[in-house]
Ligand binder design. Structure first.
Ligand code: KIV
Ligand code: NA
Length: 265
């Protein structure tokens, strides 16, 4: 089909069609996810935890997202590629955000994502005015894990809920095309979804968002990490383990390589 772009997000919201997003960090998996019909691929800074062995997203550098974005973009024919701005590459203000976002667009991203609410509005405006679609990220924002006090649900209660809604409206007013809502109560996610004309992309945010995102390693069963919102739709880790085990055994017992795997004179 035709590439998914910003206007398709608006069309989907208007028609009530749910959109799908999954993380991708390389060409190998990006091709599979694109062919499987994902509307958006997120080159998330979760690459730090998932692929690079870090304990948080704070260690991820812009260059690492650039490399991953180039790989993902090279493999995609339909999905919209959204790339995360890593910690420390945009918070200083619009000029820094523009430099960093430009690097990701040069690498092939169609949009960038950044964390935070009203304090980010100026930068969101600068990027939007430069023609760079921006996706926000509210609720549990992993780059702020040290001030949020750990991995926990955000926006519980009237006051915190109202503040999150105000942050969402500030991002939209600044030009954001949508935002990720991570680990917020389902009724708050519904309120935000109804209040915004942009796309809400939920993860641990209940069934009322316009779109859903999951980290591919979680949904495919690659690890033991199983938060309640990360349903496993496959056991790919187990399948890969078995394939490698079978390969090793075949080599050790001499059944592989067989004559047909070799070349004639
Ligand atoms: O980096 C990431 O994977 C994300 C999603 C969890 C939204 O930001
Ligand atoms: Na992220």
């Amino acid at each position: 089909g035709r590439p998914v772009r910003v206007h398709h997000l608006r069309q989907a919201k208007a028609s009530g069609a749910r959109l799908t997003m999954i993380t991708a960090y390389d060409a190998l998996t990006a091709r599979i996810f694109d062919e499987a019909g994902m509307d958006m691929l997120l080159v998330g800074d979760s690459i730090g935890n998932v692929m690079l062995g870090h304990s948080s997203t704070l260690q991820v550098r812009l260059e690492e997202i650039e490399v991953a974005t180039r790989a993902v973009a090279s493999a995609v024919t339909r999905a919209m590629v959204v790339a995360d701005l890593p910690f420390g590459t945009y918070e200083a203000g619009p000029a820094q955000a523009l430099d960093s976002a430009a690097a990701l667009l040069r690498a092939g991203a169609n949009a960038v994502k950044l964390e935070g609410g009203a304090p980010r509005a100026q930068s969101v405006r600068a990027l939007s005015q430069a023609g760079i679609p921006v996706v926000g990220h509210l609720g549990f924002t992993p780059q702020s894990v040290n001030s949020l006090g750990g991995f926990r649900v955000q926006g519980r209660g009237q006051e915190a809920g109202d503040k999150l809604l105000q942050d969402a409206l500030a991002l939209e007013e600044a030009g954001a095309i949508g935002l990720v809502l991570e680990m917020v109560p389902s009724d708050l996610a519904q309120r935000v979804t109804q209040a915004l004309s942009g796309t809400t992309i939920g993860i641990g945010a209940g069934p009322h968002c316009d779109a859903q995102v999951l980290v591919w390693a979680d949904m495919a069963g690659m690890t033991d990490w199983r938060p309640r919102f990360a349903k496993q739709f496959g056991q790919v880790g187990q399948a890969l383990h078995q394939a490698v085990q079978d390969y090793g055994q075949a080599v050790r017992e001499g059944s592989f390589p067989a004559p047909e795997h070799g070349f004639e004179q």
